[in-house]
Write a protein that binds this ligand. Structure first.
Ligand code: F6R
Length: 610
């Protein structure tokens, strides 16, 4: 997804902006650009398709002297990912420079009107229309002009704008797309997320929908699009810049896989009482709604939807409520019946996924009580919810989710138990058993890493030439099979499918042969024996079998060619441990195939468009 960074202050803007763009590379992008204005109003602008290195080559690695500037990484939505469509964009006079994340939905009408009025638009982008709209509205005050222009705009945006004649001023605005402003002494920053500016400040304002921020070196003023002042607090971010870097690992993804024990520890901190009880104070204000609920609808996309499946099954196990998971893009246009007694749980690590936010908003409009489960403070989903459960997993930079999957699972399981307790359906011994298992989970995850890390590259070497993979699980282990298959296809570009093992014989078994191995998530569960029989059927078709199994399983080696051992745990949270060898396997297959693990092709970290 696109990235924004802007600077105004006493220092050289160019290096700060380029460094900010580097920190935003994880979001995925296909072109990059930078614009700088010096104290005499001279503008420098460069933009280039492809990786940031192309832009750096274009400018010979040097930026001219300037203390005001904007920079952008673009992930194409309107128009090809080429030099012309790369941001920044400008008005006819070349005085106004704009960068933008999101989509201007009425851009065709705006563009037609602008062209009819004599404006010359040179790119295919929706963003360029904004620059010309601001030009039309400009009467000497950039913030006034931005507000006037935005009053004509429909869609979703985070923008940053500057004017050649206002040499220390940036104007930012957001609607449904994140934007933060950072402050540090005599300098200010603007960014699509804090990791771009964390090296310079941990004091940020998370802008809210409809905010327009007038950003100067000495401070910021926030108004609405109507010009009325809005009060916004500075938040102190406790993520260090190092936390957002790779540490000693070769990629962010590997670092994040290895951070899972710590992420689980942090995520569970405060949620497990010493008395052996679940503690979820965030849910207390919703107690009445939880007790009155007649059903639960979980909405999420991708990895988050697989974590949501674990949550749904935990809710059905411990409560009398039916619980269902629907992916956001389906929920939005074919919603289930929703009313004040439908408890909706929205799961999104970024908190900005358009396909998850829109259905949540719809549910809110229909009066549903809403719980959001997210990793991102200040994100859009937090404004839609009655209760927010933060994952507390720390920033996840690699595009493919790892530590946010395992913390989504544990947070949802804690939520399921808390709902059950409020409704009086959670037996005491179940709660105590669950809390014990959750307390042991961070060290069990560390052991799963120790057991599987050293052999992962050798295992991958044996399978790297396979045509495709069939991942299977049953009951509690099925979500781990889906997530394992997703990891493999996302980062290695090898085809993999996740299936309920019992379904193999209803079709996909025809794919199995010596070139298409079965990956069986066969950890201890109520349906273990059934899963084993299904896997035997696959083996009879010459499929090699990789099994993820619980330490001490006496029979697994009889039917598996390779076994990835994980510690025993409560069946409900078993995907947390089962996914670890599957993440490592996907990682090593990707490495062996030489793909870009942290930024796989065609993918973006936070998908803020529909
Ligand atoms: C897979 C992955 C995606 C996301 C999905 C939802 O590794 O990261 O499938 O899970 O795009 O993203 P969030 O959780 O940010 O809503």
């Amino acid at each position: 997804m696109c990235g924004i960074v802007g600077y105004t202050g006493p220092r050289e803007a160019g290096p700060i902006l380029l460094e900010g763009l580097k920190r935003l590379e994880y979001r995925g992008y296909d072109s990059a650009g930078i614009a700088l204005v010096d104290e005499s109003g001279d503008l420098f602008l460069a933009k280039k398709a492809g990786k940031l290195a192309n832009l750096e080559t274009e400018i010979n690695g040097r930026t001219p002297h300037a203390a005001l500037g904007l920079a952008h990484t673009r992930w194409a939505t309107h128009g090809r990912p080429d030099d012309l469509n790369a941001h920044p964009h400008q008005d006819c006079s070349g005085e106004i420079t704009v960068i933008h994340n999101g989509i201007i939905e009425n851009f065709r009408e705006l563009r037609d009107e602008l062209e009819a009025a004599g404006h010359r638009l040179t790119s295919e982008t929706d963003t360029e229309a904004l620059a010309h709209l601001i030009e039309d509205a400009y009467e000497g005050d950039l913030a006034d002009a931005v507000r006037a222009a935005l009053r004509k705009v429909e869609g979703a945006y985070a923008i940053a704008v500057m004017h050649k004649r206002e040499v220390s001023r940036l104007v930012g605005a957001r609607l449904n797309v994140p934007l933060v402003v950072g402050r540090n002494g005599e300098e200010s920053f603007i960014a699509s997320d804090v990791s771009a500016i964390l090296a310079h400040t941990n004091q940020v304002v998370f802008l809210e929908d409809g905010d327009v921020a007038d950003v100067r070196p000495t401070g910021i003023e926030v108004t609405g699009v109507d010009g009325r002042p809005r009060s916004r607090e500075l938040t102190t971010i406790d993520w260090t810049p190092e936390a957002a870097e790779k540490g000693g690992y070769e990629t962010f993804m590997l670092k994040e896989i290895h951070e899972q024990p710590e992420a689980l520890r942090q995520s569970l901190a405060g949620r497990l009482g010493r008395d052996g009880r679940i503690s979820l104070p965030e849910l207390e204000p919703m107690a009445a709604a939880v007790k009155a609920a007649t059903r639960v609808e979980l909405v999420a996309c991708g990895t988050a939807s697989y974590a949501a499946m674990v949550g749904a099954s935990a809710i059905e196990r411990w409560t009398d409520l039916p619980a269902r998971v629907t992916v956001g893009s389906e929920f939005r246009y074919d919603p289930p019946p929703l009313d004040g007694r439908t408890l909706v749980i929205a799961v999104t690590q970024s908190g900005e996924t358009a396909d998850t936010i829109a259905p949540t908003r719809l549910a809110r409009e229909r009066g549903c009580p809403i719980v959001a489960v997210t990793n991102t403070v200040g994100s859009a989903i937090t404004r839609e919810a009655d209760a927010i459960l933060f994952l507390q997993a720390g920033p996840e930079i690699a595009v493919a989710a790892s530590k946010t999957f395992v913390t989504q699972v544990t947070t949802l399981v804690v939520l399921a138990a808390a709902i059950a307790r409020l409704r009086g359906t959670l037996p005491d011994d179940e709660e105590v058993g669950l809390v014990r298992a959750l307390q042991a989970l961070p060290s069990a995850a560390a052991r799963a890493l120790e057991l599987n890390g050293p052999g992962a590259s050798e295992l991958a070497r044996r399978y790297v030439n396979s045509r495709g993979f069939m991942y299977v699980g049953r009951g509690a282990t099925y979500p781990a099979a889906l997530e394992g298959a997703l990891k493999l296809k996302e980062i290695s570009y090898v085809h993999a499918e996740g299936y309920p093992a019992g379904e193999l014989k209803h079709g996909p078994i025809s794919l199995l042969d010596a070139e298409c191995p079965l990956v069986a998530v066969a950890t201890r569960s109520a349906t273990y024996d059934k899963l084993v029989s299904n896997v035997m059927e696959g083996r009879a078709r010459d499929a090699r079998v990789i099994a993820v199994a619980t330490e001490g399983d006496p029979q697994i080696e009889r039917f598996a060619d390779d076994v990835c051992w994980v510690p025993d745990t409560h069946e409900v949270v078993s995907p947390v441990l089962a996914i670890i060898p599957l993440q490592l396997f996907a990682y090593e297959i990707a490495r062996a195939r030489g793909t870009d693990v942290d930024q796989p092709r065609n993918l973006a970290k936070s998908v803020t468009v529909e």
